[in-house]
Design a protein around this ligand. Sequence first.
Ligand code: NAI
Length: 437
Amino acid sequence: MSVHYDIKDIGLAPSGEQKIAWVRDHMPLLRGLEERYADLPRERKPFDGVKISLSIHMEAKTAYLCRVLTWAGAAVSAMGCNVLSTQDDVAAALAAGRTKGQDAKDHGGRAAPGIGVFAIRGESEASYSRHVEMCLAHRPDIVIDDGGDLVGMLHTKRPDLAEEVRGGCEETTTGVIRLKAMEAAGLLKFPMVAVNDARCKHLFDNRYGTGQSVWDSILRNTNLIVASKTVVVAGYGWCGRGIAMRAAALGASVIVTEIDAVKAMEARMDGFAVTTMSGAAPFGDIFISATGCKDVITLEHMALMRDGAILGNAGHFNVEVDVRSLAARAAERYQAKPNIETFVLPGGKRINILAEGRLLNIAAADGHPAEIMDMSFAVQFYSALYVKEHYAELGRGVADVSKEIDDIVSQARLAAWGIEIDALTPEQQTYLNSWEL
Ligand code: NAI
């Protein structure tokens, strides 16, 4: 059977295959799932007969998740969830699949079928929308979404297909917020598990993953020193905390902006200056937004900034930094470096925008470290399995990831590190559950 895909160039597959092999070596939880399921007879595979469509940042770690789902029996289709995060060589490797014995040192020589892949780096909005439709033509039983585009399309343009979906999982904060809004409006047509809210996800992925990969992106793209600079972080949620923490570790002075008084207080007690964006604008050398909100850094703020300020966004959508108004106002714009565009305002002030204001750690770097995504994707895998087994009881709402899944994933991660922890004795359990002295 020929595989349907729409990618840049299938000839790029060998480079993508190399990238997948590298992350596989550093994702022990997913590799454990591969080893547990790949060689079982078809009828014993947990996702046998289940069609899964994924909207993902199309790069090596997500590609490996797709492979693991396939080895666990699922029929998979996948699309990119951001036009700048797609890596065309990885899309090609996924679409091409691999034959048994190909580079026996990788994947243990294991064969992987090619899957339907619909993603091209830098594609137009029209092409992106077409790819959502093509990915959903798979008629999924389960959707795995990142930011809500698959679920959005199912509820707007393809309600016929939504009727067939048993449920799904959402990866990120912004997607979960949208799902909760749909649930509150009584519109959600199937259950969605909020993978983002699992402890093994947001405590590590949003904080340590974003914290490291945002700086990885800024360092590799700017090649500038962070020590001695003032960094402004908008939003002190899980991502913002990680970004601020790592900025401080690199030697920056950090200013946090918030709209939530408790978070602002937390930032202050963590040792950071806190003020409004207008208050911070004149002092910052580097600005990073991580709020999930829109218009966080506006043209008015940019007018207050120093010449040469560097602005980037780590939130899911490219609405946090108002690049559109900046572009409309600029007298001149030019590509200063790959992934850095300089806008010259009337009067000569230069504002540098990283990665077009799209989430910079994925659009202009390789995203989170493999070990971090290993945990997030293990949560995805078990949550998808949970949907497959429990969708009928879940109802049409947003469901939490069960404590059991967090326990399985955290224990597997500790085991991979070779770390043991204590267990409560029966006496301790009784003590912790009693109210009498
Ligand atoms: P969160 O809900 O923990 O934190 C967001 C924070 O921003 C909150 O403290 C909120 O009070 C604050 N905030 C909201 N509007 C604001 C405004 N106008 N000005 C200042 N502060 C504001 O969310 P989390 O998990 O930190 O995620 C933030 C964004 O990053 C979301 O869009 C999420 O989808 C995305 N994300 C990006 C990742 C990446 O790899 N770049 C990884 C994980 C999440």
